[in-house]
Design a protein around this ligand. Structure first.
Ligand code: NAD
Length: 268
């Protein structure tokens, strides 16, 4: 396998200063692409990701923008287009949780999660798609005019009590991804989803930080280990590469079997 399968390409990864986004940014840089590390607040963490990529011989730059703000997303794309002519790969990764029981959930908790997890992917994908359509396929770079990867979750199919805003945002990502994949395929733009199970990052620290919590979590994972950002990084590289050129409009679940109804493993 060519380890530099994304050579000559430019990738924007949102929320790349932490967790899965960081793992994806590092993996994509190792595969030869220039990586634009988007962050919203933590400039220091973004700079550390950039430094780590550069130390390994890759190229990376940090870009600040809140993905839920139309003007900030448009300004970020304008800067990127001015600097590099555009991108080849967008990884819509930024996301968060604001958990509450349904009857206690505030409108602010609902709106914050929907506007970052769902509207953020709409805003970034729209700017990327406009750019991909205008530029078209660039010979020698990729068979596609552009690739969009939408970070979803097993909660695009597993209901999640106490997290209705999050589950609704990820269920929304499923149809968002498929609808734009259908619309953009004639433009040679591929759109795919990644649905991680439990990946060890700050978002779910409470679920793995003690042995008791981890053991409880593992009862939900038939493969009996928690996932790592590097697992998702490898999948993102494959999906962004021409090896996956015939894949569009589908979500790949990477979850150690979390969606296999583990409660039925002993006959229900
Ligand atoms: P994380 O908290 O480590 O990372 C989330 C990133 O999103 C951070 O860099 C954060 O700053 C960024 N972000 C938040 N709001 C933003 C905004 N308005 N604009 C730009 N960036 C913003 O968590 P993670 O686990 O790495 O999550 C990354 C993605 O993976 C999320 O979409 C999450 O829903 C998804 N996911 C995670 C898991 C898991 O088990 N960790 C499972 C399924 C899906």
């Amino acid at each position: 396998m060519d380890p530099q399968k994304l050579k000559g390409q430019v990738a924007l990864v949102t929320g790349a200063d932490s967790g899965i986004g960081k793992g994806v940014a590092i993996a994509i840089a190792q595969a030869g692409a220039k990586v634009l590390v988007n962050y919203v607040h933590n400039q220091k963490a973004a700079a550390e990701v950039v430094d780590e990529i550069k130390a390994a011989g890759g190229e990376a730059f940090a870009y600040q923008a809140d993905v839920s703000k139309e003007d900030e997303v448009q300004a970020m794309f304008a800067k990127i287009i001015a600097a590099y002519g555009g991108i080849d790969i967008l990884v819509n990764n930024a996301g968060l949780q604001k958990d509450a029981k349904f009857v206690d959930m505030t409108l602010d908790e609902w709106n914050t999660v929907i506007s970052i997890n769902l509207t953020g992917q709409f805003l970034c994908s729209r700017e990327a798609a406009k750019m991909f359509i205008k530029r078209g396929v660039v010979d020698g770079v990729s068979r596609a005019a552009g690739k969009i990867i939408c970070m979803s979750s097993v909660h695009e199919v597993i209901p999640w009590a106490g997290h209705v805003n999050y589950a609704a945002s990820k269920g929304g990502i499923s149809m968002f991804m498929k609808s734009i994949a259908q619309e953009l395929a004639p433009n040679k733009i591929r759109v795919v989803g990644i649905a991680p199970g439990a990946i060890q990052t700050p978002i779910n620290k409470a679920a793995w930080e003690t042995p008791e919590a981890l053991n409880k979590l593992l009862t939900l994972i038939p493969y009996n280990r928690i996932g790592q950002p590097e697992d998702i990084g490898k999948l993102a590289v494959f999906l962004a590469s021409d090896d996956a050129d015939y894949i569009t409009g589908t979500t790949i679940f990477m979850d150690g079997g979390m969606t296999l109804y583990p409660g039925f493993a002993d006959n229900g």
